[in-house]
Design a protein around this ligand. Structure first.
Ligand code: SAM
Length: 222
């Protein structure tokens, strides 16, 4: 599904989010500025797609020398990420977030932007993140939320009625942009996901809403 929309993925992201996606990636990356400023840090961006979150981490690192790696299971997405990051030290890897090809305690930071929600098993995904994080390492999961009130109502009309039509028209592919609202609906709220993060092995877990809760950042420390 993701491979089929890869050619128009960036354009659609920016159009459908009115460019707010860029602010979200940047804000999430800023949260981890202390880790990213360390020359010996290792960071992994899971479900990296065409690499915008990974590039935000790289810019935030201010070329500290921190090693930053993007991983995704869609080859087509990674090809785009690789092209966009020419001239940087970023590295890309084809890998399944549920079965990562890394030893225990390999990373200081793991992020996932708008990808974790797509995993077939959230608890297995959390356990795999905890496994490859170093003790004290941090995780940031940026994903859509479920805003409340009048804004929430308006947002749901946009998300369920307008976005699937525009997404299908621009991508030329039926399916993925109808799947998006459904996947957000099945994604647990913070009240449910935070205890699941603690059960998976995070010592600390928190959620920060972005743009009235349209999106939000889950943060966990191993
Ligand atoms: C909505 S895109 C998000 C891409 C990017 N992080 C962003 O913020 O634009 C979701 C990505 O997750 C990837 N993905 C979904 N499930 C995955 C899994 N189990 N392992 C690796 N990548 C996965 C898809 O291939 C896709 O590129």
């Amino acid at each position: 599904m993701f491979t089929s929309i890869a050619p128009r993925y960036d354009l659609l992201n920016h159009v459908l989010s009115f460019n707010v996606d860029r602010l979200w990636w940047r804000r999430a990356a800023r949260t981890f500025s202390v880790t990213l400023s360390r020359a010996d840090a290792c960071a992994l961006d899971l479900c990296c797609g065409t690499g915008d979150m990974t590039l935000a981490l790289y810019r935030q690192s201010r070329k500290s020398g921190a090693k930053i790696l993007g991983a995704d299971f869609s080859h087509a997405m990674l090809q785009r990420a690789s092209r966009k990051s020419a001239g940087t030290s970023l590295r890309w890897l084809e890998a399944d977030a549920l079965n990562l090809p890394f030893a225990h305690s390999s990373f200081d930071l793991i992020t996932a932007a708008f990808g974790f929600r797509n995993l077939a098993d959230y608890d297995a995904g959390l356990r795999e993140i905890v496994r490859v994080l170093r003790p004290g390492g941090e995780c940031g999961i940026l994903d859509f939320g479920n805003p409340q009130g009048l804004l929430g109502g308006l947002y749901r009309v946009y998300f369920k009625r307008v976005l699937p039509v525009v997404g299908t028209l621009i991508s030329g592919v039926r399916g993925p942009y109808a799947y998006l609202p459904a996947s957000v609906e099945r994604f647990p709220d913070p009240e449910e996901l935070l205890p699941r993060m603690r059960s998976a092995g995070f010592q600390e877990a928190s959620w920060t809403p972005y743009t009235f809760g349209i999106a939000g950042l889950y943060r966990g420390r191993k």
